[in-house]
Design a protein around this ligand. Structure first.
Ligand SMILES: CC(C)(COP(=O)(O)OP(=O)(O)OC[C@H]1O[C@@H](n2cnc3c(N)ncnc32)[C@H](O)[C@@H]1OP(=O)(O)O)[C@@H](O)C(=O)NCCC(=O)NCCS
Length: 198
């Protein structure tokens, strides 16, 4: 049975393992550090309150949803610390990430948050991603944040299908990627929540 719960500091190692296991094939140690810096460590270090974990029966994380609600903090931290790992790995990727920061800042003004979600292979397509997304959107609604965006490769069949099924709409499209968004008011109540209310 999978439990969805808030993140704890002790989850960080598993968070990093999931980030690497679900990402592109890692080419070398610099690539691994860059992946972690871009898609995992900032969130665990600076916005742990915005992370939900999917945990197995032994309470080990098998999936996560990470979210940034403080773009100014993100931008400063990435420039001062995390981007250097990407620069050491691949200068072109680093330049692209810096350019993406400008695009994401504009989207952030309209939505107020952005996210990453990853679930280990053996736990996918069993409703876990939907539960993590529900938990995050409920939190954002509670915090009065308008919505959330994300970036996904247009060749990521699972991801694109998952987000569209959940109700995300395309807010921007570029070569090989989509930026998708959803407003918290568009989130559908789960059957479980409806039952609680009756
Ligand atoms: C994308 C992801 C988060 C979805 O989470 P999940 O727990 O598998 O999704 P759920 O079970 O809640 O939702 C299932 C829906 O997602 C989509 N989906 C999930 N796995 C899929 C697959 N292998 N092929 C096609 N669609 C898939 C479908 O729309 C599916 O609905 P359906 O079963 O009725 O067709 C998960 O598959 C994942 O972590 N993938 C690898 C990492 C990744 O791509 N992360 C997103 C980066 S932007």
């Amino acid at each position: 049975m999978i439990t969805v719960r808030k993140y704890r500091e002790a989850d960080k190692e598993n968070l990093q393992k999931i980030c690497i296991a679900t990402g592109p094939g890692i080419k070398n140690e610099r690539h691994r550090l860059s992946q972690l810096a871009l898609y995992c460590d900032y969130f665990a270090d600076c916005e742990p309150e915005n992370i939900f974990i999917a945990a197995d029966e032994a309470d080990n994380a098998v999936g996560y949803i990470l979210c940034c609600t403080n773009f100014a903090g993100f931008k400063t931290a990435m420039k001062k610390h995390y981007f250097k790992f990407t620069c050491r790995y691949d200068i072109v990727k680093w330049l692209m990430c810096r350019a993406e920061l400008i695009m994401d800042e504009k989207l952030f003004k309209d939505y107020g948050a952005f996210l990453h979600i990853d679930i280990l292979d053996g736990y996918q397509r069993a409703g876990v991603g939907t539960r993590l997304m529900d938990a995050l959107l409920a939190l954002l609604l509670e915090k009065g944040i308008k919505g959330v965006t994300l970036g996904v490769g247009s060749d990521n069949v699972k991801g694109v299908s998952f987000y569209k099924k959940y109700g995300f709409h395309v807010v921007k499209q570029g070569p090989g990627f989509y930026k998708l968004g959803i407003f918290t008011t568009e989130r559908q109540q789960t059957d479980r929540e409806k039952q609680h209310e009756t």
